[in-house]
Structures are given as C-alpha cells and as structure tokens.
Write a protein that binds this ligand. Sequence first.
Ligand code: FE2
Length: 241
Amino acid sequence: MIIDLHNHILPGVDDGAMSMEDAVEMAALAARCGIRKIVATPHYQYGSSASIEALEDTFATLSSALEYEQIDITLEKSMEIMASDNLPELLQQGKVWTYPNSSYFLVEFAHDEERDYFDWLLDRCVDAGFTPVIAHPERYHAVRRHPEMAQQWQNKGYGVQVNRDSLLGLFGEHPFYCADLLLRKGWANCIASDAHTPQFRNPHWGEAFRQLPGVYGFHTLAYCLETIPERILGNLPLFAV
Ligand SMILES: [Fe+2]
C-alpha cells in the first residue's frame, strides 16, 4: 500500500489546503496516482498553531467528505511539529500528535538550525520514549554541509523523509543534490509529497512515478513509499535486528 506520510491536506489550519474543496481535490488526485493512505500533517508551532479541537473538527469533516465523494483514500492524522526546546514534554503530555498509535513523530527544523541542536533535541525525544521522523533533511543547511547527519539518524532507526519534489528538482539545485545523495547512499528511507495545494506542491505523483524508478530503482521506491511508512504506522522498528 502506498502511503503519503507528510501532507498538508487539512484545510484552513495552516499554509496547506485553503478550502474543503481543495482538500477533496488533493485526495482525489492522490488516489488517481495509486496513493491509498494519506497522513494529514498540519504544521504545529508551539504557541501559534490551530487548536487541537479545530484540527479534530477539520479532520472529521474532511474524512466525511472523502467518504461521501467515494474517494478511495484512508485519511489519518498527525502533525509536522516545528522543533522547540520543550518538544519532549509536549510529546509526553500528548499535546502534539505522533503518527497514530505510534511512537514515531514527524519533526521539522528551521532551515538554518545549528548542527548540534538537532541531536540535542532528538536525543531527548528518544529518551522520552519517542522516535523521530525528520521531515525534508535536504532543506537544512547543516545537513547539506554534513550529510552524514542523515546517515547517523538512519543508523539510529529514525525516519529520514525526503520530499518528492526535491528529488524532482522543483525546489532548486541544493535540495535536489542533497536529497539525491541521501537516497543514493541509503541515508533517506522515506519519500513523501509534503503537498500543500492541488496545484503547486501538489499530491500528484505521476511525474515521480515516471522518473524516479529509472533513477533509484523500483525497490527503493517501494521501500520508501510502502515498507518504511507501514513500519512507522505499525510502530515497528524500521530495520530488522
Ligand atoms: Fe510540510
């Protein structure tokens, strides 16, 4: 089952889908491309995000709309959590959403975050009982300068999620070079859309499915879009030990 673990499909709660109509269109586009499950991951920034109640309501409304429109997508909910010093406490207190019934959580960092901060924070989250999935490492200047950071995350069993559009070169050469390197080296283990709208940064996978298997191989694509996402949602170790 192809799963998109990073998607801003919930309407009106962040800079993603603007309306319920856009959200339904995004799901329909993904379904046509063979995606069977989308995890909605609205941005969460400590102190400034939509309330949990608003997210719950929007999720329920969109789930009903997809059922009414008979769109063959299972919708799940999580968050893309902006790194903050108190993230371990937020996770322990249940104030942010992990992946459903899983200890994995999707986390993003400021693009210019200092190298040391990543592991300072991630280690504390792991000590608190949670496992990171690092969103779009190719966007972080520290990772571009030190791509072995992703290798270390991979070795620790973290999710390392590159954006599909980075691999397609749609964000420019620097994210492309980094995402490409991580995938070729085996230091990224997940690919997601990070879709925001039905048009630009969209949930359409056609171009990716045409281009990427020829570059990275079908096995890599299946691993990054099915195997690893299933393990994250199943709360299983990413690698057999
Ligand atoms: Fe995102």
